[in-house]
Design a protein around this ligand. Structure first.
Ligand code: GLU
Length: 488
């Protein structure tokens, strides 16, 4: 009886000693750095994304896109460099997440679907979107899921939409759809627009971004409930980086940054309205090519961006050389007779002359602005002065300063400009009453058109005319598309 008791005791001591040794050993080991620490140590945040207008693409001014802008701010908040990596397609994107050794954040307009739970950890949401069935104007509009049967439908391979349609197939066995990893959402929309496929399923934000390029594309119906876009991390990573992501997303939500980005990238449907967006798309294809050369030429003479001049022309006359108004302004750039005379324009209805006069005039106004106004505000002030007159703009700047705001910032002055229409304010100004709200809309519209034109015209297209190129959207090449899809 005695011996076993002793041996139990021994065993106990031995266990205790080993546990202590293990503890000592564990303490002497360097701790594995957290995901966040690894990012900080590397000094860079690697982000994998899709090359598409709604996520990331290059324009003449460099890198841009909603995801890019947001993730750039996140990297800045961490104090690290941003390194963008482009996935070939969605399968490749998730593969990179899973297989990559270093931490990689995916920011690619991704939906947090249940099927992806094993593939990634998702952040909180930064945008709510609806999956939308898209059809071509002139075709019978599908109204419910059953109407999708018998149609040629294509979606991105590996997408939330492919998952959604696959789930629907269990209820609708006759539903067929194709998937492709050679195309992007813009291709799908173009294929619907050109009648190569009957339908596609895309997120509402992607449609909003691209609607202006595809005049015939229409929403049939929303398929299912609204869903959330989130960023994603590899399933094996700890939650240190994810917590930072979520805190950052909260912060940009609270301080208005997120809203600003949404307005900039997805807001033109709100501003133009659906009808305006279709119309713009039509005019872009039918009218702009006739005047593009003149816009480029005159912009170069005056050291302006031709798309800015083209945006002005669209605001003024929807690119119509014979436009006239009751107030006596005329032509593509809607010049007054006085301005036309001052700019040596003999025939305002001649498009080339009108563009030349308008370019000269806006360049002159811009040159007269005080030095204290810097770009890009300088351009917006020039437009406001063009619209409401330099004197009234000066009045608004004085009022702005009196309010303790910055008279050199468009963001501040545009808040004050509408006051020029209220007696309590304009009675104190030098030039008196003005429709101060108008220049605010005028500038907002032109900025919107300018943004759209910037998306449509990529650096590689700069030498060719839009009409000749046949390319009306970022990142897409018709030839590549059909080469990759011989069936099309
Ligand atoms: N949001 C989609 C996804 O999460 C990708 C884009 C699309 O298919 O429209 O898979």
């Amino acid at each position: 009886m005695f011996v076993p008791t002793m041996s139990r005791k021994c065993c106990g001591y031995w266990l205790l000693a080993s546990a202590m040794l293990l503890l000592l050993w564990a303490c002497s080991q360097p701790l594995k750095p957290s995901t966040l620490e690894r990012v900080q140590k590397a000094g860079e945040l690697r982000v994998v994304t899709r090359n598409s207008p709604a996520t990331y693409f290059q324009d003449r001014n460099g890198e841009t896109g909603f995801e890019y802008e947001l993730v750039k701010r996140f990297a800045k908040s961490l104090g690290v460099e941003l390194k963008i990596e482009i996935a070939d397609n969605l399968d490749d994107l998730f593969l990179r997440l899973e297989q990559d050794k270093g931490p990689v954040l995916a920011a690619a307009g991704l939906i947090d679907t249940p099927a992806r739970a094993t593939q990634a950890q998702f952040s909180s949401s930064y945008l709510q979107v609806s999956p939308q069935i898209i059809y071509r104007q002139g075709q019978r509009r599908p109204r419910r899921p059953a109407d999708l049967q018998g149609k040629r439908i294509m979606v991105l391979k590996g997408s939330s939409h492919a998952q959604q349609l696959a789930a629907l197939q269990t209820e609708l066995p006759e539903l067929q759809f194709e998937v492709s990893d050679e195309v992007e959402v813009v291709d799908l929309l173009r294929m619907v627009d050109e009648g190569q496929i009957d339908l596609t399923l895309v997120d509402s934000n992607e449609l909003a971004m691209n609607q202006v390029y595809f005049p015939k594309v229409r929403v049939a119906f929303d398929l299912g409930e609204p869903t959330n876009l989130s960023w994603a991390l590899a399933p094996g990573e700890d939650d240190s980086l994810l917590k930072e992501v979520n805190a950052f997303l909260d912060q940009v939500q609270d301080n208005g940054t997120l809203q600003q980005l949404k307005d900039r990238y997805y807001g033109h449907i709100d501003v133009l309205g659906y009808v305006g967006a279709y119309t713009f798309a039509q005019h872009l294809q039918q009218r702009l090519p006739r005047y593009e050369k003149a816009f480029r030429q005159e912009a170069q003479v005056q050291s302006l961006d031709w798309r800015f001049l083209a945006a002005m022309g669209y605001q003024e006359s929807l690119w119509q050389p014979d436009a006239t108004s009751k107030t006596g302004v005329r032509g593509l750039m809607m010049l007054t007779l006085r301005t036309a005379n001052a700019m040596a324009v003999s025939n305002r209805l001649d498009a080339a002359q009108s563009i030349r006069g308008g370019a000269k005039y806006i360049a002159k106004i811009q040159a007269q602005l005080p030095e204290s106004i810097q770009e890009p505000d300088r351009t917006w002030f020039a437009l406001a002065a063009y619209n409401v007159g330099g004197g009234h703009l000066e009045d608004a700047r004085r009022l702005t300063e009196a309010e303790g705001l910055n008279p050199n910032k468009w963001l501040d002055v545009k808040k004050i400009l509408p006051r020029l229409a209220q007696k309590q304010w304009y009675s104190k100004t030098r030039y008196g009453y003005a429709r101060g709200g108008e220049p605010v809309h005028f500038v907002a519209n032109i900025r919107r058109y300018y943004d759209i034109l910037t998306w449509v015209t990529l650096p590689q297209l700069e030498d060719s005319q839009l009409a000749e190129s046949g390319l009306h959207m970022p990142g897409i090449n018709k030839r590549t598309l059909s080469e990759n899809n011989p069936a099309l």
